[in-house]
Ligand binder design. Structure first.
Ligand code: AMP
Length: 327
């Protein structure tokens, strides 16, 4: 069990996934943005609270697994409908995938309700879900100044652009895939995309690059600037950090890697016990995010992610540091 007792509140989808990769297939798997985020965060702090909705078909064994990992499911609404389901297929290059089918089911009319005892969590993750649901969650938070991290996807950029812009005004950190960042900001230049996303509201933006890691863009709030927070002359007021992914020779299924990245990031921030986070804190959190995401890729669903130890994470973190550092 982690030693940190700072609560993390996670809202998002709880899903049944069907996944095809170039070499294998998995059906009726535990998935969902909140599920992966929760497992990842559970290695860093406790309690981790999930807010989401499941249907009558949701297997008890998955609920048992959440509980076994110290993840509280008291914020999960149980509905008589069917659980949200997502089917996806990966290309030969596993950075690319197609959505084959989405059954919205119980998510259709869902309004998240945060139980009172969870609403004061100082760290909040709005994992991938409709931006309207993200706004509904934000409106129920009761902590004075919670740190809010959010994820999004191409679908919301297309069909809920205004609501997504409202979310961006209210959060502290956005994570987004590189192709989505380019589309959202209408530029093929990722550095410009990061700069433009910062301009939309959040103080921190993380653009995820799949097997190539991630880039952190941060509004430079320290004065004088942190000596190790490189600000490029053409990007005044922006600090950058480039984090590699942990190198893998076998990728079984990258589903949930982005969610796990976000969960570990939030979990690490919670574990610092701080209420405000420096560039250094977020940089460290992103390195943990990269490492934890690598475990997710090594098996279908959370079959690897849910069965690692904190020591496994820390060993990979040391390796990643050595791989990417020079004197
Ligand atoms: P990731 O691979 O990190 O992007 O996350 C994949 C997870 O997101 C899968 O387990 C899906 O169940 C879930 N997911 C896919 N589409 C949606 C959606 N429209 N809303 C919420 N969750 C989704």
């Amino acid at each position: 069990m982690p030693t940190s007792t700072t609560p993390v509140l996670i809202g998002g989808s709880i899903a049944i996934d069907n996944i095809k990769t170039p070499t294998a297939e998995g059906k009726n798997l535990l998935g969902g943005s909140a599920s992966f985020t929760g497992f990842a965060a559970s290695y860093f702090t406790s309690p981790v609270h999930l807010v989401g909705i499941i249907g009558k078909d949701f297997p008890q064994e998955h609920l048992d697994l959440f509980e076994k990992k110290g993840i509280s499911t008291d914020g999960l609404e149980r509905s008589e409908g069917d659980t949200f389901s997502w089917s996806g297929s990966y290309h030969e290059n596993m950075n690319d995938r197609d959505t084959l089918a989405v059954a919205i089911n119980v998510l259709e009319d869902w309004t998240p309700k945060i139980p009172a005892e969870m609403a004061s969590a100082p760290i909040v993750v709005l994992a991938n879900m409709h931006p309207l649901n993200q706004l509904q969650m934000i409106s129920q938070l009761t902590a004075e100044k919670p740190f809010i991290a959010a994820d999004t996807m191409d679908l919301w950029i297309t069909i809920a652009n205004d609501d997504l812009h409202k979310v961006l005004q209210k959060i502290d950190l956005l994570v987004i895939n590189e192709s989505e960042a380019r589309d959202f900001c209408k530029t093929s230049n990722l550095i410009k995309a990061g700069q433009r996303l910062l301009g939309k509201g959040p103080a921190n933006v993380v653009i995820k690059l799949g097997e190539f890691g991630a880039i952190l863009f941060s509004k430079d709030v320290s004065s004088p600037p942190h000596p190790l927070a490189p600000s490029l002359p053409q990007l005044p007021g922006v600090s950058l950090f480039r984090c590699a992914a942990f190198p893998l020779t076998e990728v079984a299924d990258p589903t949930g890697a982005g969610d796990s990245f976000l969960g570990a990031l939030a979990g690490h921030l919670a574990s610092t016990g701080k209420s405000e986070f420096s560039f250094d804190d977020i940089r460290q959190a992103i390195a943990y995010g990269s490492v934890v995401a690598s475990f997710t890729c090594e098996a279908f669903s959370a079959n690897r992610l849910a069965h690692i130890s904190r020591q496994d994470i820390d060993s990979r973190l040391t390796l990643l540091k050595n791989l990417t550092h020079w004197p």
